[in-house]
Design a protein around this ligand. Sequence first.
Ligand SMILES: [Zn+2]
Length: 531
Amino acid sequence: MSDWLKQTIGRLQPLETAVNRAWWQAAVTGSAEEYARLETLRNQYDELFRDPRLTEQLETAAAAPSEDPVRARAIELLRLAALPRQVDRLLTERMNRLATEIERDFATYRPSFEGGEASKNDLEEILARGTDGARLRAAWEALKTDGPLVAPRLRELVELRNEAARTVGHQDFWHMKLAMDEQEPSAIGALFDRLEALTREPFQLVKEEIDERLAERLGIAPGDLQPWHYQNPFFQETPAVFGVDLDTQYEEVDILDAARRFFRGVGLPVEEILGRSSLYEAPGKDPHAFCTNIDREGDIRILLNLRPTERWMGTTLHELGHAVYDAGIDPSLPWILRQAAHTVTTEAIAMLFGRLSRSADWMAGMGIVDPATADELRGPASRELRANMLVFSRWAQVMTRFERGLYADPGQDLDELWWSLVERYQLVARPDRPREAADWATKIHVVMAPVYYHNYLLGECFASQLDAGLRSEVLGGEPVWCGNPGVGEWFTERVFRPGARWHYDELARQATGSAVAPEAFAEQFLAEVSP
Ligand SMILES: [Zn+2]
């Protein structure tokens, strides 16, 4: 590639590395100067794509695709990256400002509760553990009080996003975002319809079981259950009613040591990655977790805030899943292709590794529990995992269908749209709510990661396809990954090495024989698990 394409990549690569370094510094320190530096660098990076000469070169090249498939793919990826950046600069700035403003309000808002103020973490804690109905209701309602606060600006942001999408030839933002992600609206719609039909009955049954157990715990009739009884502000995961408490098993576990041993055992060593990472809580540090590939030349890091709990074991495995994917990409590919094929594929890998912390077989394989405890845990843990997958899949239906409706018609009665979807897909009763309660506006993804949620469910589907493939081709039908270097080899060859060489459905076909589809997910999670 000795031409404009090479030069373009030569300009993008150092700037993207600088953006990633600044992002890392900002996340680790929380310093306002670092965040300001990050914003400046991001704007410079966006500016590179606004070069009208580049736009012309990309369009000319796309009209007469290269015979060289690597070059054609590189041009396609650049064209997709350039698409949202062709929106007018002033409009982009307005959208960014509004999104940042709403994000800050979300981050700093302190709901009033029981005569004082409470943090969202405190309220979620009450929801998760409480049994007093009135107090649960008060905590749930307090968690929804930022809805009306942000809703008018969020509507405005949605209108601006639609306006931006129309200036680059799409009917609304939902359609533009899918185009950027190489997703066909009708195919995504069909896949969600198929998943909906597959999960409807199994979910209904599991929901009845959850309701019975919850009602008994709360001392009420199942018919009287309200949204605040589900231990989570959105019922996006299963309530803890299956008698599995894994945190006690992880109290004494050195999470990093377990992760190091596990990944070394499957032939995907993580020592170097952990050596560059930020692992423990610190003042000002981002409280979440993520993985970043700084330079696509081997500098891969994860950010964690480790505590000895099952959740952090799962999160560590999840983030290291992203990391070993990045580390396994063919280094001889051009820089633009040295990335995961798609959000769907990297989330699938991360979720597949992240699921292990709840697997009795994995815990036994790692020496976290003895074989007898593993035998006791196996049944309840797999029933809980299954319930969790069903609950999550129905919640993802709500989010995906809500966002589609939101961008199609932002002026409609969004409270009505939200609650009718919750009733229909999650089978949760609609409570009495004040007019314009805007419960939909309290889910931060709608602001920060718009039209993204569907990828999580596609990721779960692909994860199940990979799980089935690995099991039959490498594990001889057994669910035990620990200490088998064939696991790492299989993932590297099938998924990691090609990077972004192909569309993710093509990658899935080559890795598992089928495009991303719900059948393997159904096979793995929809059948009953005997108690
Ligand atoms: Zn992830």
